[in-house]
Design a protein around this ligand. Structure first.
Ligand SMILES: [Zn+2]
Length: 138
């Protein structure tokens, strides 16, 4: 679940222990800080407050939560998809994971035989389909 909170008087979102601005969350950027189990608020490993500095304002409704999570997920996918594919050349030919064509090309992000960029895109689609199903924001 996602909460609107105030930390030291400023508005943030609270997502699974992470304190971040709405923009940070939706752009899939680094969180501002983290609330630890022991009640300390850490930013890059440095304590900047305690749980007493965190005021829970309200829980986002499930519609708001889904909208916010969807935006974050899209931003994540987009960032990932903008990556360059990189290949190394294997010793012998083996079937491409997508189309089955024999290839020496090994795509390093997926660590498997993928014969072409087109098949890489297809692999991305399948990967993100699985990710979307598996990913739950509280
Ligand atoms: Zn292929």
């Amino acid at each position: 679940m996602i909460w609107e909170i105030e930390f030291k008087g400023k508005p943030y979102l609270f997502v699974h222990g992470a304190i971040c601005t709405k923009e940070q969350f939706e752009n899939f950027e680094c969180s501002y800080a983290h609330l630890m189990d022991d009640g300390k608020v850490l930013r890059f490993g440095v304590q900047i407050g305690t749980k007493d500095d965190v005021k829970f304002v309200r829980r986002l409704s499930s519609t708001e939560k889904n909208k916010t999570s969807d935006r974050a997920l899209s931003a994540f996918c987009e960032k990932f998809l903008r990556k360059e594919f990189e290949f190394v050349i294997g010793e012998k030919k083996e079937p491409c994971l997508i189309c089955g064509k024999l290839t020496k090309k090994i795509e390093i992000n997926y660590e498997g035989r993928i014969c072409s960029k087109k098949c890489c895109r297809e692999m991305d689609k399948r990967f993100f389909g699985a990710l979307r199903l598996g990913l739950k924001f509280g």
